[in-house]
Design a protein around this ligand. Sequence first.
Ligand code: ZN
Ligand code: MN
Length: 477
Amino acid sequence: MALEPLVGLEVHVQLDTDSKMFCACSTQFGADPNSNVCPTCLGLPGSLPVPNRTAIEYVIRTAAALNCTVAERCRFARKNYFYPDLPKNFQISQYDEPLSYDGHIDLDVDGEQVRIRIRRAHLEEDTGKNIHLPSGSSLVEYNRCGIPLMEVVTEPDFTTAEQCREYLTQLRLILRAIGVSTANMEEGAMRAEPTVNLRDPETGEATPKVEIKNLNSIRAVFEAVQYEIERQRRAVAEGRENELFQQTRRWDESNGVTALMRRKETSDDYMYFPEPDLVPLEPEREWVESIYASCPELPAARCARFCEQYELPEYDARVLTESRELADYFEEACEVFAGPAKTVSNWVMGDLTSLLNEAGIEISASPVTCEGLAELLTLIEEDVISGKIAKDVLTKMFETGRRAREIIEEEGLEQISDTGELEAIIEQVIADNPGPADDFRAGKEKAIGFLIGQVMKATKGQANPGMVNEIMREKLG
Ligand code: ZN
Ligand code: MN
């Protein structure tokens, strides 16, 4: 009987608040070392914590997006352990009374619907950072200490590494869409720790849980989970069950293996107890309901709607809904533009995105507004300019912030769609190039491409390509 994998994910998310969880210190990234600190986040005697209302709101927003229940009453707890990056020698976290619990997220993994249950989303504080120098001495940096951290824990419902990857992809999109975190894994704003073990589906008996620490990319989670499932299966198949004890392992990226760090501590080791310096939290129901009511359309739902409503290919819909701002821009442009939505999608994903990337500008600060883009696309649609000329016009719009029509009029870029004018140019091109003209008449279809190219060259790309093709064939036939 094949053993089935049970994988759970614990994700720590830095909340994007201006100040820390229990003090007024700034959360600004990249400030001078140990400059964003005060007696409270340094754990000095006599200092007292005050909870950050925005951080609580952000967890409730997440709870709404993940279909969780918000507790009527919850409490902070002390998680006790000694480590230099934790100056109080305890972390204020939540234990048996989390702020929110019992949610779920539905994933589409290779066409298969999978529901992952969310056990809890609670609030805690981040630790500082130890910096180990080559000389052997260590430094400690407390700017990160006390930054609000949300811990989102799933039930062990994943059975494949692919499902874990899709979950993290969707979670990251959701956190960004609801504006609670940058969710940048490279910057440590989102960190994932999978637990992996195996269960015999007949007896229900399971092997001890293995936790994998310090994963800082979705790819690392994917590879580590895949490796760990295989490692445990092999240990069972080869009768080495003694290797499968409860433990914490790390992911060795360069060798593509997990390695033993330590036997796992149990929650007893942390001696959790209710935080005596903070009163229990009872979020007002009206406030909670208003946060739930303002939960925006989530990326997966928006992606499905884009496929349906705008008849976009799945790929386009996915790219456009990766950021709320990009999706908003697309939708607003579609409202103004009467032509096909796919045209808008092509220009937004193609030329506009390249211009933004080159300039290092976010879509929200784009010098080309969605109305501006819609106007340009309408001019193509109405045959005022060709698609090729439009690319140059877009670049000029981007660089100067001017409108498409202005640029086109000023630079005389209108498409030549006058039959008489085009006939004269085409006759001249045929006369100048008797060889290719004869080739075409002799049945060489390709030769017409050269002749059309000459017309486009003579008109600096402004000739209406459809009309040129038609008139050219007429004249040669
Ligand atoms: Zn502080
Ligand atoms: Mn935690």
